[in-house]
Design a protein around this ligand. Structure first.
Ligand code: C2E
Ligand code: MG
Ligand code: MG
Length: 252
């Protein structure tokens, strides 16, 4: 019953202004510079309060509502990015990352949706990054290769999300035009107080480097985790230890 209720309410959530984006900083691990933000969707339900994404995104995907919601996210995050890039020359290359659902990736219309958001916000294509999870990318690999190729022609950046939680075919991985690889936070989390249990991190970082991709580590929660990643040559980081996702005003 709750699911039906949520699906019904989700239909009007965007137009009723119940959705908003939180932004989590992504920083360079070499010099600490702010590279950009990941846009994360938040739903303030009028009666049930804040509903976390893991509870409503699957419903949005099953019902097809993820498409109009993602179109709104693309427009809203690019509009916001355009504003932030104008704050000063040091922010003109700021990047925003948007999560793209597998349901959307199968549709050729995704290309038009991305172009539409770039045109109405007038941000440079290279400053928009799309995140696609490893399991989604591998699901229909030939189609993914095709659609990601078209997105690269537009000039947007592409990131493979939650890497290590799906099953990558290595023969497919090197044909996918990803610019960055995001290591899943479960591999970062297990690094202990004294930097132990970092073998998988080391392996994934060298895999990414060999495939000429930049590496982002997500879910950095402690100082020792950060130090290990810096020692291993990980390019970028994201996590509560650096900064939590925050609304527009606090982010500013
Ligand atoms: P994700 O894309 O892997 O996003 C990262 C998640 O990790 C976010 O959770 C973020 O708040 C959380 N996180 C960041 N740093 C830390 C940390 O140090 N420790 C821990 N434990 N967690 C950290 P959030 O916002 O709850 O989103 C969860 C998932 O929901 C996202 O995972 C993504 O798959 C999905 N999602 C969120 N927003 C969107 C969206 O706009 N579109 C789509 N399609 N999916 C979204
Ligand atoms: Mg993501
Ligand atoms: Mg992730």
């Amino acid at each position: 019953l709750e699911r039906i209720r949520l699906e019904m309410d989700l239909r009007h959530a965007v137009e009723r202004n119940e959705m908003c984006l939180h932004y989590q900083p992504i920083v360079s691990l070499t010099d600490g510079k702010l590279i950009g933000f990941e846009a994360l969707l938040r739903w303030h339900h009028p009666k049930m309060g804040m509903i976390p994404p893991f509870r409503f995104i699957p419903i949005a995907e099953d019902s097809g509502l993820i498409l109009p919601i993602t179109i709104w996210i693309l427009h809203e995050s690019c509009r916001q990015l355009a504003e932030w890039q104008k704050i000063g020359p040091e922010y003109s290359d700021l990047v925003v990352s948007v999560n793209i659902s597998g349901k959307h990736l199968t549709k050729d219309l995704l290309i038009d949706d991305v172009v539409g958001a770039l045109q109405s916000s007038r941000v440079a294509a290279r400053t928009l990054k799309l995140e696609i999870t490893e399991s989604t990318a591998m699901e229909n690999a030939e189609h993914t290769i095709h659609i990601l190729g078209r997105l690269k022609e537009i000039g947007v950046q592409l990131s493979i999300d939650d890497f290590g939680t799906g099953y990558s075919s290595l023969s497919v991985l090197h044909r996918l035009p990803f610019d960055t690889l995001k290591i899943d936070r479960s591999f970062v989390n297990r690094v202990g107080e004294h930097g132990e249990d970092s073998e998988v991190l080391q392996t994934v970082i060298s895999l990414a480097k060999n495939l000429k991709m930049r590496v982002i580590a997500e879910g950095i929660e402690t100082g020792p985790q950060l130090a290990v990643l810096q020692n291993l040559g990980c390019d970028y980081g994201q996590g509560y230890f650096l900064a939590k996702p925050k609304g527009r005003e606090e982010t500013e």
